[in-house]
Design a protein around this ligand. Structure first.
Ligand code: ATP
Ligand code: MG
Length: 252
């Protein structure tokens, strides 16, 4: 049972609620301490975009839904933050697009991997893969372990809140990489195939809805959505939005 202490009447209840959730994630051995600071970095950028899903994020969500539906072998990568923030939504998305779920954490710990898997199973997940002996090419370290029937085999990987090195290496392996990252300047945001610049807690319900809307569309339509998508343009729209917004706020 997750313990939440944030008072509902607080004007920033939701923000406090997610902090409580992550702190509880640390207590039950799912989230890492470093995951808390990563969340803080995300919160900063969320303030800058006004804590809303903006048009550029909606375009990325649509392209993500189309790419996941077109994929031959899609894999959704779960870490200690996403497992605690959006467990049900991950399972729902994996069922909807026929994707594997793989636990993949930056600060490797077999125990934490098992706990994340058990946590997702508690929410009704079917198969949850753990990183095995396969590696993200080229680098010798625990951080690079992946499942041979998960990310190794995947043509499309959904890796929200991911580290830049791993994103770059997955892209270099020829995989299409989709991320969710509030920071449009991070190496992950800059190197992914699709970057959704928005908070994962707002993204997942919208992505599920979009995948559901598009799931019976002809492949040509899905392909057209993916081909028309331009990630560089989306990142520059995100930066321009922040820039304009700060100019307006500073002039008040
Ligand atoms: P990079 O390694 O890509 O250069 P980084 O080292 O700053 O970036 P990491 O800690 O490796 O970042 O990855 C976590 C990323 O996830 C951060 O960029 C952070 O802004 C983002 N993030 C954290 N919480 C959320 C959230 N709830 N929704 C979306 N993005 C988030
Ligand atoms: Mg990093």
């Amino acid at each position: 049972m997750i313990k939440i202490s944030a008072p509902k009447s607080h004007p920033r209840f939701l923000s406090l609620y997610y902090r409580d959730l992550l702190a509880e994630g640390v207590r039950i051995g799912i989230t890492s301490l470093q995951g808390l600071t990563a969340h803080g970095r995300g919160e900063t950028f969320d303030y800058l975009i006004g804590e809303k899903t903006l048009l550029f994020a909606k375009s990325s969500i649509k392209a993500t839904a189309a790419l996941l539906l077109l994929a031959r072998y899609p894999v959704l990568s779960v870490n200690g933050n996403t497992a605690i923030l959006v467990p049900k939504e991950f399972i729902k998305l994996s069922n909807l697009v026929g994707a594997q779920i793989e636990v993949n954490i930056f600060h490797a710990s077999k125990e934490r991997e098992r706990k994340i898997k058990a946590h997702l199973e508690k929410f009704g997940a079917g198969r949850v893969l753990l990183p095995g002996k396969a590696r993200i090419s080229g680098i010798e370290s625990n951080r690079w372990m992946i499942s041979s029937i998960g990310q190794k085999k995947a043509d499309v990987v959904f890796v929200p809140l991911e580290d830049g090195d791993r994103t770059q290496a997955l892209t270099a392996m020829g995989k299409k990489v989709i991320t969710v990252d509030l920071n449009p300047l991070s190496r992950t945001a800059q190197t992914a195939t699709i970057t959704i610049v928005d908070n994962i807690v707002r993204v997942m319900p919208l992505l599920i809805k979009k995948a559901d809307d598009l799931k019976n569309s002809p492949p040509e339509k899905l392909l057209q959505i993916v081909e028309r998508y331009d990630n560089k343009k989306i990142l520059s729209e995100a930066l321009n939005f922040i820039n304009r917004r700060l100019h307006i706020l500073a002039r008040r």
